[in-house]
Design a protein around this ligand. Structure first.
Ligand code: SF4
Ligand code: SF4
Length: 410
């Protein structure tokens, strides 16, 4: 990850008097490079965050930390997370043969999830294949020593309700592996496919998730969720809570990363909190989610964000979330796909904005650029015809925002 990608959030942490007042001071000299931090630094970070509360995940009632962890995090943040009782690890197959020793030694105390993509193509063109998914889990376990995965996740999810109900290849792979004691729970992460020109018949995440929940085969799901969420997604979350279907929010930091890099904007930010700290409090106390995951690139970000987990919102946090939501509604695509089918150029608008998020909000510019380079139609194909504009619930100036994203992603 490029150093430039991290400066904004760290810089803000150093200068904000609010962070100091909230007990969120960051030690000078703490390592935020790609090199591992010292044990002392990790211990110190963990002490600042404290122990995360746990909450039942769906009807299985497994107690998971209200903010879960991810194998995509910087290693020192993972080590600090383990000390703070973060006990659910998204994409743990990404560790390959480098699973943290603390997890291997205390395997039953952690829930490790394997995230599996479609085969023979990408999430839009690829297939669900029972045998291939079955073998992927076996191969992964052979290399990492985890012995079993707690959760087997269908990454990106189904294209529409019909596919969710009729294509049982992934479910059959799970059932075979479960009989062998190699997996324990079935889940998915669901993206939006409504209006996606490369996915005929694609439907919205909320529609597909509702059908999957009624079906009863999957125990929980991850999906896009942040401040200013659409009513259809909020309604799904309410019904999931009533029915005991587990919910984990992802893509939670809508615009927060780019906001902290805007020093002018930050000058007026409520003192006593930070964008990510307020986000953590809001996600874990003001929504009906079971849990959420936030991308973390270093120890500073871990302390800033995870120290808010499960803590009540203060006046400053409420104001901060209002400020974040207003900024995001003006500037940041919510990835709903409502516009996409109206583009005569077949431009994957939401994908461009999703990669822009990786670059600007998650500090992962290099991989965002790699993903963007693979798109068949990129943002510079926009002719500014304006046909998408009236379909955006946020009223985003889509052609302008696309051009800006293209500049960042190339
Ligand atoms: S303005 Fe650009 S993105 Fe929007 S419909 Fe026209 S070509 Fe597609
Ligand atoms: S540009 Fe607007 S309509 Fe298109 S995906 Fe983003 S928020 Fe939805």
């Amino acid at each position: 990850m490029a150093h430039e990608d991290r400066v904004g959030r760290r810089g803000f942490l150093r200068v904000t008097t609010g962070a100091f007042a909230a007990g969120l001071t960051i030690a000078d000299g703490m390592s935020t490079s790609a090199c591992a931090a010292s044990v002392n630094e990790i211990e110190e970070a963990a002490a600042r965050v404290g122990h995360l509360p746990h909450r039942p995940l769906g009807s299985g009632r497994r107690e998971v930390s209200v903010l879960v962890g991810s194998a995509t995090w910087a290693r020192e943040a993972v080590e600090a997370g383990i000390r703070c009782d973060v006990n659910y690890w998204h994409k743990s197959n990404r560790w390959r043969d480098r699973v943290p020793q603390e997890i291997l030694k205390n395997r039953e105390a952690h829930y490790c999830e394997i995230s599996l993509d479609r085969v023979r193509g990408n999430h839009e063109t690829g297939d669900i294949d029972e045998e291939a998914h079955y073998q992927m889990v076996k191969r992964s376990l052979a290399e990492n020593g985890l012995r079993y995965y707690d959760d087997m996740m269908f990454h990106f999810g189904f294209h529409n309700v019909t596919e969710a109900k009729s294509n049982r290849g992934f479910v059959r792979a799970y059932e075979r592996l479960k009989k062998e004691g190699l997996v324990r729970h079935l889940c998915l992460s669901q993206h939006n496919y409504q209006g996606n020109s490369r996915v005929p018949g694609g439907q919205s995440a909320a529609e597909i998730l509702s059908a999957v929940m009624e079906d009863g085969l999957f125990e929980h799901a991850q999906f896009f969720y942040s401040y200013g969420e659409s009513e259809s997604v909020q309604e799904f979350v309410r019904r999931a809570r009533q029915k005991g279907f587990g919910t984990i929010a992802m893509k939670t930091t809508r615009g927060a990363g780019r906001m902290v890099q805007d020093q002018e904007l930050m000058k007026g930010f409520p003192s006593g909190t930070t964008p990510y700290h307020a986000l953590a409090r809001w996600l874990t106390t003001r929504t009906q989610l079971d849990a959420a995951v936030v991308e973390i690139n270093n120890l500073d970000e871990f302390v800033d964000t995870y120290s808010g987990a499960g803590k009540a919102m203060r006046a400053a946090d409420v104001k901060a979330i209002e400020r974040l939501a207003a900024y995001a509604d003006r500037e940041v695509c919510r990835l709903c796909n409502d516009c996409q089918s109206y583009c005569p150029e077949g431009l994957p608008i939401a994908d461009v904005f999703r990669y822009e998020r990786y670059a600007r909000d998650y500090g992962n510019r290099a991989s965002a650029r790699r993903l963007y380079a693979r798109l068949e139609t990129r943002a510079d194909s926009c002719t500014a015809c304006g046909k998408c504009l009236s379909h955006c619930p946020q009223g985003l100036a889509i052609p302008d925002v696309l051009m800006r994203a293209h500049g960042i992603l190339t």
